[in-house]
Design a protein around this ligand. Structure first.
Ligand code: NAD
Ligand code: ZN
Length: 356
């Protein structure tokens, strides 16, 4: 996969990226020092792998561990990392490697963007979600007391190395969260992914070589859409399929009680129902094989459509007070529809509530 934004970089999806990582670094960085920003849980589980991979080329590893969890995407965590990096002493060309899920990537990416106005960044995503979504596209950032992802910058990495061996320790709930984004790519771009994923859904383990193919295809789709967005403004918004509904669910249920992926899965059911109501012929039985997986994760599904609609109105992507929905003409053909028909919205929520 190769992406051309203001900068071209490659995304490697492999089982064991050590050799590719070595070759890449040897080609462009001084071997003196590398900064590793690592999720502490990932470090505990994979210390040997991480150290052997990085010390094959770099002489000094400056390891900075961050507590696992969304609360690490904070200004105070950002400041602590910047303090430690500046105290250690870095040069403009000292690379920073982000090793962890989307939280680590977003935080470390913003640190790399801001230290010395930008030092080289490499993403080593270790969750399914980070491999197919957050490590691609250059969005970095932090949460603020007033909301999620409100501080940040676009900052592209030099490369992304997705090593599926890391997934061997990933918990089931994290697999399910990442799978929702893959289902999303199927819906908006590549319906073939549905059947591929259906075969894999009972084998949430990276030793199935087919996962590599699905992750590669997903990374390619995200890359393509982000790239097309620079040519044809607005395409990136298609990546929000299921998300306008999903974000409202996360908010009303309370963050943590329903995960991002679970909320997005339910959101895609709502958006598909809405699309059908507008007369688009879509067979929504593609969701059926995944239903039980998501149902078993969701403990209590918020069943107040009015509250959910209110929450949708405060979404970041609302324009002039009108909710912007991503709908489907058919599988693989998304479009943006400003939503003025609140009764259809309520019907979509009621239908979705009934499914869970
Ligand atoms: P995360 O980084 O919190 O990781 C989830 C959990 O998995 C954590 O507890 C982590 O310690 C653990 N973990 C990570 N790798 C593991 C491994 N290999 N084995 C075992 N456990 C492991 O969450 P996430 O789902 O990866 O990412 C969510 C974040 O990504 C959110 O903050 C979201 O805003 C952000 N995001 C950013 C973008 C973007 O474009 N930048 C896109 C989507 C999401
Ligand atoms: Zn998402």
């Amino acid at each position: 996969v190769s992406v051309s934004l203001n900068k071209r970089y490659s995304i490697h999806v492999e089982k064991n990226v050590e050799k590719a990582f070595f070759d890449f670094c040897a080609d462009r960085y001084s071997k003196e020092k590398v900064i590793l920003v690592v999720d502490e849980k990932v470090y505990e589980l994979h210390e040997t792998k991480i150290e052997s991979m990085c010390s094959r080329y770099f002489e000094n590893l400056f390891v900075l561990k961050i507590p696992q969890g969304e609360s690490s995407k904070s200004l105070s965590q950002w400041q602590q990392l910047v303090n430690e990096i500046l105290a250690e002493g870095v040069e403009r060309n000292t690379p920073l490697v982000a090793i962890g899920g989307g939280v680590t990537g977003d935080l470390a990416g913003y640190v790399a963007a801001s230290v010395l106005r930008g030092i080289p960044l490499i993403h080593l995503p270790t969750t399914l979600l980070a491999m197919v979504d957050s490590s691609i596209g250059g969005k970095t950032g932090l949460n603020h007391d007033t909301g999620k992802n409100l501080i940040g910058a676009f900052y592209q990495p030099d490369a992304v190395f997705a090593d599926v061996e890391f997934l061997e320790t990933l918990e089931q709930r994290e697999w399910i969260t990442g799978m929702a984004e893959i289902i999303k790519y199927g819906a908006i771009r590549s319906p073939e992914l549905f059947s591929q994923l259906e075969k894999l859904k009972d084998n949430l383990s990276a030793d199935d070589g087919e996962w590599i193919e699905v992750i590669r295809e997903s990374a390619r789709i995200k890359t393509d859409i982000v790239q097309e967005d620079t040519l044809e403004a607005g395409k990136r918004a298609h990546l929000n399929f299921g998300h306008t509904f999903g974000h409202a669910l996360e908010r009303v249920a309370g963050y943590g009680s329903i995960s991002h992926g679970e909320a997005v899965f339910a959101g895609m059911i709502a958006a598909t129902y809405f699309s059908k109501e507008l007369g688009h012929p879509i067979d929504d039985t593609v969701f059926t094989p995944f239903m039980s997986l998501y149902k078993q994760q969701i403990q209590s599904f918020p069943s107040q459509p009015d509250k959910l609609i209110e929450a949708m109105k405060t979404d970041k992507k609302v324009k002039n007070n009108i909710i912007q929905l991503v709908l489907l003409k058919e599988w693989g053909s998304p479009y943006i529809k400003p939503c003025t028909d609140l009764s259809k919205l309520k019907a979509a929520w009621n239908y979705t509530i009934d499914q869970f």
